[in-house]
Design a protein around this ligand. Sequence first.
Ligand code: FAD
Ligand code: NAP
Ligand code: SF4
Length: 663
Amino acid sequence: MSPYPHLFSPIAVGHLELANRILMGPMHTGLEDTPDLDRLAAYFAERARGGCALMVTGAFSPNHAGRLSEAAVPFDRSDQVPAHRRVTEAVHAAGGRILLQMIHAGRYGYHADIVAPSPLASPINKHTPREMTDEEIEATIEDFVRTSELASDAGYDGVEVMGSEGYLLTQFIATRTNRRDDRWGGGFENRIRLPVEIVRRTRDRLGPDFVLMFRLSVLDLVDNGPTDDEIVALAQAVEAAGADVLNSGIGWHEAPVPTIAQAVPRAAFVDFTARLKGAVGIPLIASNRINTPETAEAVLAAGQADMVSMARPFLADAAFAAKAAAGRADEINTCIACNQACLDRYFTGQVASCLVNPRACRETELNWYPAETPRRIAVVGAGVAGLAAATTLAERGHDVVLFEAADRIGGQFNLARQIPGKQEFDETLRYFTTRLGETGVTLRLGHPADAASLVAGGFEAVVLAAGIVPRRFEIEGADHPMVAGYTELLSGVHQPGRRVAIVGAGGIGFDVALFLLEVGAASFTDPVAFRRAWGIGETAEEAEPRHQITMLQRRPGPMGRSLGKTTGWVHRAHLKRQGVRQLSGVRYRKIDDAGLHIERDGAPELVAADSIVICAGQEANDSLRRELAALGLEVHAIGGAREAGELDAERAIREGVELAARL
Ligand code: FAD
Ligand code: NAP
Ligand code: SF4
């Protein structure tokens, strides 16, 4: 019997009989934004082969005004059908089913031609929308229906109508954004007319053998959004209009509450989907921060939903479903909810990928094959760069020995996993542990490699993945007992006092502040505590901060510019709530028993402290590289050992895989 009996039980969705209850939820990657969709076809086909029953594409707008960005291509012409047909044929050949997602961005479009029910700018967009006329609204309904027809011609099994996250349809539904007094505004019936008409007319025109999924906002997280009763009434109206299935949307993009970041516990929002159980007769899909088969199974077993949607987990591992079905969940490369290579990339105009899986969205480019001449290769350092390289090299047939000085694998991930929210990094280490065994890497823990042993070991090539060393802080008093590096703090060697000064405000400085304030806080793992902390349904909890923290940096201007585009604000919100002081443009003078002496705006100042934690960046640990090269050994450096500046785990893993694919 399957370890996940609910997840792998069949379900009917519209005219489709699906083998399991897993939806690969819609996620825009940027592969949609080119006229040639062959890379998109390869991306989805791989995920269909990986056992996902039903998938939804990223966003396609039904018309020009509804585009998400300047670069986005609407799906509104019949000459685009052949390119889409390559996607659907590839998916169907692999045994999958696929729906096309239709989004009209409304006031969320990142371009100047945006329209909305009322001319109200969104707080997250510099452009102000133009108010739609009655004729434009009617034409927009027709555009949705027309795109559904094109989708059907292209072989899609149906469409998802995006009615959540603050896009156009939500903008009509909520009084927050709809100030109209015609038949599209005012009372609830009028405000839901647009989404309901889109569903009704699409069903009328497309007939019964075409899945109509509606993405319903089950929780808006903004002021003046729909009431709970209105959400239920909308679900019922959409069902009556012909929807086959309801997917859950959580929060508008402008909501001041994280919905998919690491600060959100797993399955934190399924209770809001569950509220609709019994109110509608069509299947309900739960969504957001469901990233393991165990979590998905628990949602279904508790009867909170009929299916689960996972989007990012399929970037992380295309074979998620097949591995879970076969009882091989320990082989799943789990999404760690970092957003670094997916959403952050897309929102900075790049094609998405995945931090833990650099092949994601590069299925036609990044491939590896058995080595023509297997070689004996040493990999030095079992941080994520070394782990990625060693396992990929061994998979290709090389004879790989992985040396690690510490008594366990993971390198800096063992520190990162101490940060609240980053406990998900454990999954990456679990995955690599399984991969090491599967691929036959010889692992030597507690074994610092040196040049002599590598030469004596008869290796034909060395991959240097020895990471970094934290940068020393060179001022008078830096050897005072109150001074500690971030490694000593996070590994428990240094016990922090009440007043803490943090020198350096990069990613690690911010993480250290969060660690000091929140380590062990239930809100990162328990949905109820999370909702209480973020004021969802009740007033946010205010507790006395555990530490008085001052963060410092030398450069002027606001802190946290290097934090993730889609997650940095969550970090900043945590620290602001807890009263963290941030001092930029400082010069460090000395440390003594009173604390850290600085200069700011030309004036001396004391930051009184009981602990001073140094987070001043890193330098490459690359001395072995020069030694080995001098001895004539072929040596390749990756990750921190190649270049410490701008290093993150995305680059470390990508460099490991890319090197291993070509050696
Ligand atoms: P490392 O992880 O430093 O691994 C190097 C390994 O080599 C170590 O295990 C070391 O013991 C071993 N080694 C060194 N010399 C030898 C030798 N001679 N012989 C054998 N073994 C040796 N990155 C992100 O992308 N996102 C984040 O959210 C994030 N958060 C972080 C939070 C914290 C608190 C920290 C500290 C880091 C964080 N990072 C994050 C950074 C990320 O962890 C690193 O960029 C990444 O792990 C670097 O990987 P690496 O393999 O190059 O080096
Ligand atoms: P960083 O981002 O380079 O920040 C280093 C900080 O130290 C800066 O604030 C810098 O500011 C300061 N600094 C540099 N040299 C100094 C010196 N000689 N004396 C005093 N201060 C100095 O490095 P990091 O914070 O150590 O992070 C390392 C990498 O890990 C980053 O590249 C990051 O991408 C990754 N990471 C990512 C995340 C994430 O959430 N995505 C989290 C943690 C880490 P001034 O020069 O202005 O003083
Ligand atoms: Fe998940 Fe991070 Fe990969 Fe995005 S980049 S899919 S959040 S692991």
